[in-house]
Design a protein around this ligand. Structure first.
Ligand code: NAI
Ligand code: OAA
Length: 309
């Protein structure tokens, strides 16, 4: 297996580090536009191989896409992150051009690759990647809900005083401060609804804290997060290369599922060797469906911005 990570910044390097430690592929390529950055980080990671006990071969490349040839999976993290006070949507002007260019270049050398899009605003970047590459929809996966669901479990575990590993909790919708939808009605603690244990006000607080999870970290750190985002990207790579068929919320093209079409949004999907293999319909109630529709409207507005760039 060969995996490429484009963007050797905070998220890309962390994702690559997780991929290497888990030995998810024999060959791992880091690519960045900044001279020497990918080569340097690749060497640094390789020098941890004997200490950590992995034997994935990591190489770096400054914008030489021929080095990425024949990749099975490509993770796209290139682009600018937000600063405190910004929304993810404000990044569109810079990141759309970067993501389009990167996807086109990758495709030239890896026509069969599965793409995992992380760059923000991720729902619109996923939509853009789909149109820029024209490859089958199951090979374009946006990473956002996987991370948001992990954050949802973290918030719940803090309130319940339990291990997040014992929780099942899913966030669907867009990957934006106001567009994501933590489905608390479906969240369980070892199969028991969490709503049995948390009062209404606490439930609302958990949902609100989950939605601004990325913004909260951006305010604390001064730039956006990378440990959980990098781990979430690697978890998707793992489910693909090991054909695990795990259920993750990912941003995929909808064709009538969840009442939406011609849009990429976060829904539960089975991730395996063919990319996203199946959308799982959770059955939203009227208020959840109304939130999903509102989220879709916001994502669509951003997709329309692409036409003006
Ligand atoms: N979808 C999600 O859940 C998350 C998305 N993000 C997004 O991921 C992106 C990356 O974030 P960070 O790694 O923190 O930023 P960063 O600034 O640390 O790294 C980005 C890297 O992309 C490189 N780059 C820029 N243009 C490029 C091009 N044309 N070709 C190749 N490389 C290029 C830069 O040189 C830089 O090294 C941001 O857009 C951020 O908003 C971050 C966290 C979570
Ligand atoms: O908050 C950001 O801008 C980065 C991101 O998407 C996240 O960490 O969820």
């Amino acid at each position: 297996m060969k995996v490429t990570v484009v963007g050797a910044g905070a998220v890309g390097a962390t994702c690559a580090d997780n991929i290497a430690r888990k030995e998810l592929c024999e060959e791992l390529v880091l690519l960045d536009i900044k001279e020497g950055l990918a080569e340097g980080k690749a060497q640094d990671m390789m020098q941890s191989a004997t200490l950590l006990g992995f034997d994935t071969r990591i190489t770096g490349s400054t914008n030489d896409y021929s080095k990425t040839a024949g990749s099975d999976v490509v993770v796209v993290t290139s682009g600018i992150p937000r600063k405190p006070g910004m929304t993810r949507e404000e990044l569109i002007g810079t990141n759309a051009g970067i993501v389009k260019n990167v996807c086109e270049n990758i495709l030239k050398y890896s026509p069969n690759a599965i793409f995992i899009i992380i760059s923000n605003p991720m729902d619109t970047m996923t939509y853009l990647a789909l149109s820029a590459t024209g490859i089958p929809k199951n090979r374009i996966i946006g990473m956002g809900g996987t991370l948001d669901s992990a954050r949802f479990k973290y918030q719940l575990s803090q309130r319940l005083g339990c291990s997040p590993a014992d929780l099942n909790a899913v966030v669907v919708g867009g990957h934006g401060d106001t567009t994501m939808i933590p489905l608390i009605r479906y969240a369980t603690w070892n199969s028991v609804p969490v709503t049995n244990f948390l009062d209404e006000a606490t439930q609302q607080q958990v949902v609100a804290d989950t939605m601004v999870g990325g913004a909260t970290l951006t305010k604390l750190i001064g730039t956006s997060a990378w440990y959980a985002p990098g781990a979430a990207g690697a978890a998707l790579v793992e489910s693909i290369v090991r054909d695990e068929k795990k259920l993750f919320t990912c941003c995929v093209q909808l064709n009538g599922e969840y009442g939406q079409s011609d849009i990429c949004m976060g829904v539960p999907v089975v991730i395996g060797r063919n990319g996203w293999e199946k959308i799982v319909e959770f059955g939203l109630n009227d208020s959840e469906q109304a939130m999903f529709n509102k989220s879709a409207e916001a994502v669509r507005t951003m997709n329309d911005v692409l036409k003006t760039l």
